[in-house]
Design a protein. Structure first.
Ligand SMILES: Cc1ncc(COP(=O)(O)O)c(C=O)c1O
Lengths: 261, 393
């Protein structure tokens, strides 16, 4: 399913999107499938699947540790596509790839999008590719009808926001804090103000990510956003519980609790 | 041709590959730097402190004994004689005055050998900035004297335990701190690496090395050198030496990378055996596996122990303006010993790579006139060399 369709449906149902991030290959290469399917069962609306990179500049300790772990387990782009093809048919929700630029660049932009397309993945987020460097990437993404998801942050100027939304597809990833991923307290009034400003200029849905780690935050943010992205909290839960019996059930319950609709 | 262009590109290399949060501050930095360059007070402050505080101009010393042993005519650009003991202070002074010009409150930096860290701690205490320095836990161990120096100077040294616990990891942490504290903090990057405008700014602040060298060698030898030789970690002392000679096309540039345990083993020779890719803000040569993951580097010289290199060096390689060679740990230590024994000058292990290459150069072209950047002094490395040589006191 494409993001556009998903957001349309959510709008009709008067619901907000709950998107969760998990890194591929964590805690084991062959667990990613089960984890994704469990998140789907728990009711998440889309999954951001991270392709690990050795030097994740924008990530805090929880995701750093998980992605390094995945790399130690042998995670790489080839293996990602290979594994993903084993469970993609069972996924009914949109999948978004999230990574840093170099692994994708080395694989080749064209090849990468081609693989995505063949596996029905229709959106991508690249953390270290700001608008200025995006032109070749956006051009190629358009050819393959892949949504390139853009970031807007508290430090993005109004002028820049205007430029960014011109190219935005899928949804806009609003970064809740100036900082890296990981649990945080959030200032809702600031957030709401920024997001209302952006909304005046675009129809593209805006989801808020970074720092969100409990259902109360989800509830508060959804009052002014089109959805939330939760990463570190789920990754942390996986790390602490994956050895337990009934891990997948526990993950499902925990995720449901954060979604709490 | 303007290098870099407005987008911070050196040919196909360079750019600004950073999370969106940093876009605004890089833009702010770019604008502030352009303004500061035209601001009399800023320029005067930097020049005054380079001279009166750091000790510029540095000497261009005719190393007669070393020349005789190797069969070359060697001059050493004595950056090791600067206050704090390395070329890093040139850049630290320039940028700390920029931080002041921008009204920032706090300085963040990364350091490998600790030379940049010491330089930053020094200028921070000079101008009264709060200062946090990230240093790989491995480097904290091998350069403990510099850690102690930074602490005495009032800096907060934060050991980094991620990755290989060396320079690249310290750099990541410094970036993460900056992303989090962009509004009041200034990231004082230590080499010609990272996103635009850093490679350009650091080059400009280090270009004084080549500017002085050119005047000095013309005065002493009445001609330009045949070769410029400098070690390349991120590449700031090398670019600093090369930059002013760019249009002197008969002057050949040689950048010496660290071959570490060897080119088939762990090393830091990004230009020699790496491939272009995007890492820590720029497109440049990097050590990476076929999946685009950055490899761990190794060098006996902590300041060279880095899997990337400045984009302008990648450009120089591409247009063949410079040649990049490599020297392994053993050859570097040999260079260290050679300079100490022949000239009574103990070089930093980083600079010892440049010295270590001279033997090769002599084979290529006897008696040529060579300017070598002696980027730093070796006090910080005595423990490493003692362990390497197995010397008992
Ligand atoms: C004395 C000395 N030389 C050289 C270097 C390498 O840096 P660059 O290549 O930027 O000159 C360092 C870095 O710490 C250093 O301390």
């Amino acid at each position: 399913m494409r993001l556009e369709e998903k957001f349309k449906k959510l709008k009709q149902e008067k619901k907000k999107a709950f998107i969760s991030y998990v890194p591929f290959g964590f805690p084991e290469i062959n667990m990613t499938g089960d984890i994704c399917l469990t998140l789907q069962e728990a009711g998440v609306d889309a999954i951001e699947l991270g392709i690990p990179f050795s030097d994740p500049l924008a990530d805090g300790p929880i995701i750093q540790k998980a992605t390094n772990w995945a790399l130690d387990k042998g995670a790489n782009v080839d293996l990602f596509f290979e594994e993903f093809s084993k469970f993609n048919k069972k996924l009914k929700i949109p999948i978004v790839i999230m990574s840093y630029y170099n692994p994708i660049l080395q694989f080749g932009l064209k090849n990468f999008f081609k693989q995505m397309k063949s596996l029905d993945i229709s959106a991508i987020i690249i953390v270290d590719l700001p608008l200025e460097e995006s032109q070749p990437y956006i051009k190629e993404a358009r050819k393959w009808n892949i949504d390139n998801i853009s970031f807007i942050t508290p430090t993005t100027s109004r002028l820049r926001v205007k430029k960014i939304i011109k190219y935005a597809r899928g949804f806009i990833y609003y970064v809740s804090v100036t900082g890296i991923t990981g649990p945080r307290d959030l200032s809702y009034s600031q957030l709401s103000k920024h997001i209302k400003n952006i909304k005046q200029n675009t129809e593209v849905p805006i989801c808020v990510g970074f720092g969100i780690h409990n259902s109360n935050q989800v509830y508060r943010i959804n009052k002014f956003s089109d959805g939330v992205i939760v990463g570190s909290e789920i990754v942390r839960f996986i790390e602490n519980n994956y050895c337990e019996k009934n891990f997948l059930n526990k993950l499902k319950t925990h995720t449901k609790n954060i979604i709490s609709r | 041709m303007k290098i870099p262009n407005d987008k911070g590109y050196y040919g196909e290399f360079g750019g600004k590959f950073i999370p969106e949060t940093l876009s605004a501050c890089l833009e702010e930095l770019e604008i502030a730097y352009a303004k500061a360059k035209k601001n009399k007070n800023f320029v005067n402050d930097v020049n005054f402190y380079l001279k009166e505080y750091a000790g510029r101009p540095t000497l261009l010393y005719s190393a007669k004994n070393l020349s005789k042993v190797l069969g070359l005519n060697i001059y050493l650009k004595r950056e090791d004689l600067l206050h704090t003991g390395a070329h890093k202070i040139n850049n630290a002074l320039g940028q700390v005055f920029l931080a002041k010009f921008m009204g920032k409150k706090r300085i963040i930096a990364e350091t490998g050998a600790g030379q940049h860290g010491v330089a930053v701690a020094t200028v921070s205490s000079l101008l009264g900035f709060k200062c946090d320095i990230y240093m790989g836990a491995e480097d904290v161990k091998r350069q403990s004297m510099n850690v102690f120096r930074m602490k005495i100077l009032g800096a907060n040294v934060i050991p980094v335990v991620t990755g290989a616990k060396t320079l690249k990891d310290a750099c990541n942490e410094a970036f993460r701190d900056w992303v989090t504290n962009v509004r009041d903090s200034y990231y004082l990057l230590g080499s010609v690496v990272g996103p635009h405008p850093y490679p350009m700014m650091v080059r400009d602040f280090q270009a004084v090395i080549g500017k002085e060298s050119r005047t000095q060698i013309l005065k002493k030898e009445k001609k330009l050198p045949d070769y410029l030789v400098a070690c390349v970690g991120g590449g700031s002392n090398a670019m600093g030496l090369f930059h002013f000679f760019f249009n002197d096309t008969r002057v050949k540039f040689i950048g010496v990378e660290a071959a570490g345990f060897g080119l088939n083993s762990l090393n830091s020779a990004s230009l020699s055996i790496g491939k272009p890719g995007v890492f820590q803000g720029a497109n440049s040569y990097i050590l990476q596996d076929k999946y685009g993951q950055i490899k761990n580097a190794h060098s006996i010289a902590p300041g060279l122990d880095y899997p990337g290199v400045g984009p302008e060096h990648s450009f120089y390689k591409k247009i063949k303006r410079a040649q990049y060679v490599s020297v392994n740990d053993k050859q570097a230590v040999a260079g260290f010993n050679l300079l100490s024994k022949t000239e009574g000058i103990i070089p930093a292990l980083e600079s010892a790579h440049a010295i270590g290459y001279l033997k090769e150069l002599a084979k290529k072209q006897k008696n040529s006139l060579v300017v070598v950047c002696l980027s730093g002094r070796g006090d910080k490395d005595l423990d490493i060399v003692r362990n390497y040589n197995g010397i008992k006191l």
